[in-house]
Ligand binder design. Sequence first.
Ligand code: TMP
Length: 212
Amino acid sequence: MSGVFITFEGGDGSGKTTQIMRLASALRDIGCEPLVLREPGGTIVGEGVRDILLDPRHEGLDAVAETLLFAASRAQLSATVIRPALETGRVVICDRYADSTVAYQGYGRGLDLATVRGVNEWATRGLVPDRTILLDIDPGEGIAAAAPAEADRLEREELAVHARVRAGYLELARAEPARWVVIERDRADAVWGSVRAALAPVLERAGLRLEQ
Ligand code: TMP
């Protein structure tokens, strides 16, 4: 496939949205219109699944049911949107992808990691990002940044779960250093400099060079 597939991962409140907006704008400045997506969501089916997942009334949602809902949204997104876009050479930027399920449902909720990976593999038909940026943040700070007064069901989970999610992400990044780049939370400008540097090699392969 000739496109570039970039994903952003990190705890709640890690600043993914800000960095994705900067990246999209930097790409537009050089004449490239990226496809920006978010998970869960990005398709009509996926947005419906997102509403189910984030609804505070679904407090008792079973962890396996939750995993399969995330996977259903992802299957629809990867088959009908991401893959076709990559085939036509587009840059696809996704706010969360399969690694989120390993981090949150696997490490965070303690579901069997091999099973979660297998579900991901099935849902994505093996489509793996070219580069994944992990915006690493202390879970306490992240929850505070994510406006606790309006916290959705998932954001209200205890801090212990979030600490496991963070450790899980760092383990994933260590296991696959060619794909992951870990960036520590700092001022948004400094983070953007690191994001740009981390993406330069994969963008250059597609003939794209971001301006300084
Ligand atoms: P967001 O806050 O980045 O939009 O993500 C929504 C929430 O969904 C966030 O708490 C992380 C969680 N999530 C999972 O638990 N598993 C997944 O596979 C995905 C994509 C998100």
